[in-house]
Design a protein around this ligand. Structure first.
Ligand SMILES: Nc1ncnc2c1ncn2[C@@H]1O[C@H](COP(=O)(O)OP(=O)(O)O)[C@@H](O)[C@H]1O
Ligand SMILES: [Mg+2]
Length: 301
């Protein structure tokens, strides 16, 4: 296969590992900065150009950064229009990126998650806080990532001032029940197709409630329960993804989904588990390609 990895960071661990795994499996792989891809949207023959040259490939692996979701998803969609296979669809990427949209889809499909609220015109902040069980509460920017847009408000007073600050910046946010009993730990489950190929527990740094590795969290390997694996697979499907890093949190009422990431980092999970996850992603793409050659619609499902 001729594969294009859509990434703005060819040197990062995940990009390097995917390139290595594709080459090892005998594929040709190029890395394209999707912001430099231009689209010709013409009747009957959608095309993508990279630095002036038309791109001819069989498959793409999109790794779209949170800050470029709109343009990146448009590039992925253009490849889809041209019949190119993709490891994740443009729809799945856009749906999972926005935390509100993601939670709405999860809720429709009955996926367990912390109680979550969203409101525009809050006359009564106390009522909104009460709807998720009262303080302490979590406030989350809709498009944050790596823990950067997630805040814990311990009292109504602090929630009010954080909400006022978000408002001033015109930033949309979710209000969420704080799962205190998780004690600063969460679980990252790596889903590839219909399998959870790796899992790890991340423990937040001292004095921190966010378990993200970017916030100093430390990863350890754990065995996910059957229920956790099924929840991760269910959440991935619900938002229309095939490859995902699903964040789960262990609550007193069982595992809950925090978010579904379409471009999960591979370093933490490969190093913690010792597994060749990049290789699993390439294998999955090969299977999809086989299915597509039998029935062009099959790979889309
Ligand atoms: N409702 C919650 N209760 C307790 N901890 C939470 C909650 N939501 C998020 N966290 C912590 O904050 C981290 C980041 O939240 P997440 O929703 O995954 O956003 P991001 O996209 O920034 O990673 C999680 O990994 C978890 O450790
Ligand atoms: Mg997360």
């Amino acid at each position: 296969m001729k594969i294009a990895l859509l990434s703005r960071a060819p040197e990062c661990y995940s990009s390097r590992r995917l390139v290595e795994a594709a080459q090892l499996a005998g594929h040709e792989i190029i890395v394209l900065d999707y912001l430099r891809c231009r689209m010709d949207i013409v009747p009957g023959s959608p095309k993508v150009f990279y630095k002036g040259e038309q791109v001819h490939i069989d498959a793409i692996i999109p790794r779209i950064a949170a800050s470029y979701t709109f343009y990146g998803a448009a590039v992925v969609r253009q490849f889809e229009m041209a019949g190119v296979l993709t490891s994740n669809s443009s729809l799945g990427i856009s749906q999972s990126r926005n935390k509100l949209r993601c939670h709405q889809l999860l809720s429709r499909k009955g996926v367990d998650m912390p109680i979550t609220g969203f409101a525009h015109n809050i006359h009564d902040i106390d009522a909104l806080l009460d709807s998720v069980g009262g303080t302490p509460v979590i406030l989350k920017l809709l498009e944050g990532s790596q823990g950067k847009g997630v805040v814990l408000a311990e009292t109504s007073r602090s929630a009010e001032s954080i909400i006022a600050a978000f408002r001033k910046l015109d930033a949309n946010f979710l209000v969420q029940e704080y799962i205190e009993e998780a004690g600063g730990s969460d679980i990252r489950a790596l889903v590839v197709g219909k399998t959870v190929v790796g899992g790890m527990m991340r423990n937040a740094a001292e004095g921190e409630f966010r378990a993200n590795l970017h916030q100093g969290g430390k990863a350890i390997v754990i065995k996910l329960s059957k229920e956790e694996k099924e929840l991760a697979l269910h959440a991935t499907r619900a938002v229309g993804l095939k490859i995902a890093g699903v964040d789960l949190i262990r609550s007193s009422r069982g595992p809950l989904v925090l978010e579904v990431n379409s471009s999960p980092g591979l370093e933490g999970v490969e190093k913690a588990t010792g597994k060749d996850i990049a290789g699993r992603i390439i294998k999955f793409l090969e299977k999809q390609q086989e299915a597509k050659s039998v029935s062009p619609q099959a790979a889309l499902r």
